[in-house]
Ligand binder design. Sequence first.
Ligand code: ADP
Ligand code: ZN
Length: 223
Amino acid sequence: MACHIVMLGPPGAGKGTQAKQLAAARGIPHVSTGDMLREAVQSGTPLGKRVQAVLDSGRLVSDEIVADLVRERLARADAAAGVVLDGFPRTVAQAQTLDALVANGDALVVVDLAVSAADLIRRLSRRRVCQACGTIVALNDDDDDGRQACVECGGALVQRSDDREEVVRERLAVYERSTAPLVGYYRERPTYRPIDGAQAPGAVAGAVAGAIDEAAAVIGQER
Ligand code: ADP
Ligand code: ZN
């Protein structure tokens, strides 16, 4: 039986950072729909071209496109024990799709990272990504943007095109409208766990690990 971990939360809450670490620690795949969509854009396929315009607007890609990506990804052999889902589901329709995909008895643990809107805007404006290895870094107030290099590989740090302020505001509005209702969808489940995402990354990671252990214990009792 697989146990999938869903990382929920607004853009900039730290889902990507936490999901990556968690997946590495548990030895299961990190499945980020944002990364998959950006890869489609990079590959220049017809799908990628359509997706690029949506990403740059800050809106959501259609439920059908992401559902297809996730369905295919979860069917792969390395997903059999579970994956960390990052950025999916993002709408109630996607959550229903996910419930149908795991209807064979797989468990879902939903970790919801909460961060205030002011913090999110500040974090996203400082977020940079290594062009070579994908490592996410936060610039300090006094960092000179142009002279930063990735600590992991020395690669160039760039700002995601959708982290520009105008797009960030739209992404936060889309989150409130389309993704925040997911909390109501999941809240009554015993495996739903809200976490304070405003803490330092290490503290968040500890809280996430604890929450997953608690939720796993609940699942164990139900079986
Ligand atoms: P963040 O969580 O920081 O907003 P992501 O990398 O998860 O960043 O997503 C970037 C963009 O990719 C979103 O703004 C959206 O346009 C698109 N996207 C990612 N996941 C989904 C999804 N499940 N449904 C629809 N669009 C998505
Ligand atoms: Zn790097």
